[in-house]
Write a protein that binds this ligand. Structure first.
Ligand SMILES: Nc1ncnc2c1ncn2[C@@H]1O[C@H](COP(=O)(O)OP(=O)(O)OP(=O)(O)O)[C@@H](O)[C@H]1O
Ligand SMILES: [Mg+2]
Length: 261
């Protein structure tokens, strides 16, 4: 049973020790990683995924339940407690969607009578995040970037069912990102999102701030920010409405802009 992940600080790009020396993430936590482009956000989630043990360029160490991760986490894909959904997804084998999901489900579940149900659940989860539904017989490489990301999130959450899910920039894929967060919140896991999106950052319990390759701060979303997040969400919904209009070939009008003031 995984209860906690601990990140022990290493050093930033300048070789100095990181200001944040230790962060403990508990089961059920939703955390964001924020920071400028090129600051080292992906590097931090890669450290977590690799169970870094002072053997990556950052010198960080990752503990699971306070201990160095057992070697089987790395060596046996069925035992790895971490699913990482990366910024770039070009590594996929070119299987039809249902075969991809079924293969994973067979590896992950001992009860094979559950496989079809799991695959169906994962597909419906993914299709709640995409504009155009994913068809089971399409090949993985035919899916759009957003559809691929939605499918991988569903696969990680429902089929692989790993206790720890790392997501690099969910917003860039053009999927319904707040819907994704709502759906994910129903699962008891540790979620870590790299994000540039204030709405996602405020929906998280806390955010790890990265600068110059270092973890510089950990900010908990306090009551003042929770109050701000209502307005941030409203602005974001308005902006999403405009985005959807543009997507379907609509035009914007001056009246639509008035809603923002
Ligand atoms: N602590 C560190 N020590 C040395 N190099 C680092 C460190 N952290 C990050 N880097 C290097 O900095 C570069 C940029 O890092 P990274 O790709 O993680 O940035 P990012 O914040 O994910 O950027 P983006 O927003 O563009 O995705 C990489 O080459 C990475 O290896
Ligand atoms: Mg990155």
């Amino acid at each position: 049973m995984i209860k906690t992940i601990t990140i022990l600080g290493g050093h930033g790009r300048d070789g100095q020790r990181e200001p944040v020396e230790q962060i403990e993430l508990k089961m059920g936590d939703v955390a964001s990683i924020v920071g400028p482009t090129g600051s080292g956000k992906t590097t931090l989630i890669n450290d977590i995924e690799l169970f870094a043990n002072a053997n990556t360029p950052t010198g960080r160490r990752i503990l699971i339940n306070g201990q160095v991760a057992p070697a089987e986490y790395r060596d046996n894909p069925a035992r790895n407690p971490i699913a990482l959904i990366t910024q770039h997804t070009t590594f996929l084998a070119d299987l039809p969607v249902n075969e991809f999901l079924t293969t994973h489900a067979r590896i992950r579940t001992t009860d094979h009578s559950q496989v079809d149900a799991l695959v169906g659940k994962a597909l419906s989860f993914a299709n709640q995040l995409t504009g155009e539904p994913i068809l089971v017989h399409s090949r993985m490489t035919e899916l759009s970037g957003g559809q691929t990301r939605a499918l991988l999130i569903a696969d990680a959450t429902i089929i692989c069912n790993t206790p720890i899910v790392l997501l690099d920039e969910v917003e860039n894929a053009g999927i319904h990102r707040t819907r994704a967060l709502e759906l994910l919140r129903q699962y008891q896991k540790i979620f870590i999102f790299v994000t540039h999106d204030p709405r996602i950052a405020l929906l998280s319990d806390y955010r790890i701030v990265i600068g110059g390759g270092s973890m510089t701060q950990v900010l908990h979303t306090d009551e003042h920010e929770r109050a701000c997040s209502v307005r941030v969400s409203r602005l974001d919904d308005l902006l999403s409405g405009l985005r959807d209009r543009i997507r379907i070939g609509g035009r914007l009008t001056a009246e639509m802009m008035e809603e923002f003031s």
